[in-house]
Design a protein around this ligand. Structure first.
Ligand SMILES: Cc1ncc(COP(=O)(O)O)c(C=O)c1O
Length: 381
């Protein structure tokens, strides 16, 4: 049976060059970077080279990059770490369509006496820079707005928001987990102070990520231990995974423009095919300001989970929303915030393309999808 993986926003396979770059650091080069003997220093050098390479992709100093266990930890560290370190107040501004790693960090802070403004979005999932400006208070300690949404792909006006936060001297965090490798993520161009990155969305390993923290931004560690990662993230560093993350970022950056165009072409083909073959479909997300590889579509009179499982029997892997909410029948918080009618929202699928997909895959998906939707609609009527 043909297998077509269209869930690259959930995770990606590790690319061969990345596996190779990590290999020797599991065995021969196993030193602990905190040790001053030769094996330790070899690991330290490799780790610092990896840090420099990540820093260079996002245009920052390597001392501003902290290795973490992934996007979730980076988001937690950015939000709680900055909130706890700030003496100015207890107010945070975020959006209603953030990843649960951001939303639930904010909710936790609410339980600790902080107040959080969850900004609304428009029908395309866009946060307006004006709404950020209007939400700021004298006691606002952090603004956290994701760069690109993981369910519908909408890209936020980060640069514009950054100009506002910069003028007010408020730290600005962006979750760039889905943006890296697709659009430029340069800290200075975007006026951001903290950036969350994850390895497994960019053909790197799972369980590794990074947080950029601009020099001078007050931040507190969430864990207590040794002085690793400048005390911000204690624990012996995951040397192989950090090297893999760096290699994945280098490749993602090198190939970014070509990848963007290739994904755009495949996505157009998929979207046009769906439009042609299936009626009563709504496409969710911004028509222009959007990740090139993501297509979110709602199929009326169809249950998304049923459609997903039906595609799965034909070797096609897609998602009904974010990976974290699959398995639950709750309507997506992102589609709800965008004002998508709840009945339509439950019939939504996220197709996310990747570097190994081709036109043949897309044609296969269109044909199988069209048949599956027709079948499910007949059953439901
Ligand atoms: C936007 C966004 N932020 C954070 C995360 C969490 O990243 P990780 O899986 O590395 O913890 C994800 C993963 O789905 C994501 O899409």
């Amino acid at each position: 049976m043909k297998c077509v993986y269209l869930d690259h926003c959930a995770t990606t396979p590790v690319r061969e060059e990345v596996v190779e770059s990590m290999q020797s650091f599991f065995s021969e080069e196993f030193g602990n970077p905190s040790n001053i003997h030769t094996p330790g220093q070899r690991a330290r050098n490799a780790l610092e080279t990896a840090r420099k390479s990540i820093a260079s992709v996002i245009g920052v100093d390597s001392r501003e990059v902290v290795f973490t266990s992934g996007g979730t930890e980076s988001d937690n560290l950015a939000i709680k770490g900055v909130a706890y370190a700030s003496k100015k107040g207890k107010h945070i501004v975020t959006s209603s369509i953030e990843h649960p790693a951001v939303l639930n960090s904010c909710r936790y802070l609410e339980s600790q006496g902080y107040s959080v403004t969850y900004l609304p979005v428009d029908e395309y999932g866009l946060v307006s820079a004006d709404s950020v400006k209007g939400a700021l208070r004298s006691e606002t300690v952090l603004v956290s707005i994701m760069m690109a949404n993981n369910e519908v792909g909408t890209i936020q006006p980060i640069k514009e928001i950054g100009e506002i936060t910069r003028a007010r001297g408020i730290p600005f965090h962006t979750d760039a987990v889905q943006a890296v490798g697709k659009i430029p993520v340069k800290a200075d161009d975007l006026n951001v102070d903290l950036i969350s990155i994850s390895g497994h969305k960019i053909y790197g390993p799972k369980g590794v990520g990074a947080l950029y923290v601009r020099k001078g931004i007050p931040i507190t560690s969430l864990m207590h231990g040794g002085s690793h990662e400048q005390g911000l993230r204690p624990g012996t560093e995951n040397v192989p995974a950090s090297i893999g993350l760096a290699r994945a970022m280098e490749h993602a950056e090198e190939e970014r423009d070509a990848f963007f165009q290739r994904m755009l072409d495949l996505r157009s083909m998929l979207k046009d095919g769906i439009k042609k073959e299936i009626n009563d479909v709504r496409f969710n997300g911004h028509p222009e300001h959007s990740l090139p590889n993501l297509l979110n579509a709602s199929f009326r009179f169809v249950e998304g989970e049923a459609l997903l499982l039906s595609l799965d029997t034909k070797g096609i892997a897609v998602s009904t929303g974010s990976a974290c909410s699959s398995g639950s029948l709750e309507t997506s918080h992102v589609l709800t915030a965008m004002g998508v009618d709840p009945e339509l929202a439950t019939g939504s699928l996220r197709f996310s393309l990747g570097r190994m997909n081709d036109e043949e895959d897309v044609s296969y998906v269109i044909a199988v999808l069209s048949e599956a939707v027709t079948k499910l609609r007949e059953m439901s009527s």
